[in-house]
Design a binder for this molecule. Sequence first.
Ligand code: SAH
Length: 373
Amino acid sequence: MPCPEKEKKDIKSLTLPQLKEELAQMGEKPFRAGQIYRWLHWGARGGQGGDSRRRAVSFGEMTDISAALAGKLDERFYINSLSIRRKLVSRMDGTVKYLLGLSDGNSVEAVVMRYKYGNSLCVSTQVGCRMGCRFCASTLAGWVRNLTPSEMLDEVYTAEADTGEKIASLVLMGIGEPLDNYDNVLRFLEILSSPEGENLSLRHVSLSTCGLVDRIYDLMKLKLGLTLSISLHAPNDRIRGQTMPVSQRYGMDALLKACRDYFAYTGRRISFEYALIDKVNDSPQCARELAERLRGMPCHVNLIPVNPVKERGYQRGSRQNILHFQKLLTGLGINATIRRELGSDINAACGQLRREAEQNQIDASQKRGDLPC
Ligand code: SAH
């Protein structure tokens, strides 16, 4: 099993100022940092002249630096890359779901969704998750580790290289809790939005959180322009507590206050995710209570028929019930839509593809008697 290159630094996780600093320490001219950075990150976007085929996997490919410098870089740094372990393509709408292999043998998922305005990528931010939401497959086997900035960038780069198409927007809604990997996620977004990199405006990024209130305030202060998406899934703490352990740490009053503060400070409307679970949070009373809690807040509610996870037994209610819930909310002045389901023919719920693969790997390695890395 491959082990990460422990001695060397991860060059793709460095922002441009950090790379300049590293090169200065090596006695190199600062402009070299820009050259190397573009070899690693430059994407073809909006007349920038970048070329995503250029994303180098070795220093030897960087034709505008000397062989001597390439050699020095190779001694200090490694260039991260991911492998595609599995790929499922929807026959219905072209959605592509990837199981991506990391250099330490772990894997995460990324999903390309095709919309009229361009491709959107659902990105994972951690290997596993420790938030424990009961309806979610990503958390069943717990948290393994945080993803590095380069690993998150490589989700985007791999999807672009494999489809041959640009990613127009991102949702941080894959495996993991982005605000539980705060520093790496911010560094990932900084590199992704840099003009010398993918140059993706953060206006096209949605960050989804189960509600880590302290981190929401930290994020708010940065005014990044991204959309904050809150996984609410209940109208009160009693029901939220049944499915989301995080609600014991941060109650709904504090969470909704943070959302109001976030809007007041950034001017960005909040998006709420609400997975409708049969007989848990989908009654007309829940819709009325939710509308009451959100009254006056500039927001949008995304209703998601829950994806059944076989280990859990939660079910979705009837289509009629879901439509009724939406109608009640909109009637009470809350902007609510039902999320269009993409790739339903390949629809392993979030985290299930990885879970399946890990189970198979455990079975196989037990047979082989492998030792972990
Ligand atoms: N940890 C972050 C982001 C990852 S989960 C968060 O909690 O927001 C992305 C979204 O999918 C969240 O809204 C999550 O609650 C939702 N989700 C997870 N499992 C689901 C399931 N089985 N059915 C419907 N939505 C689910």
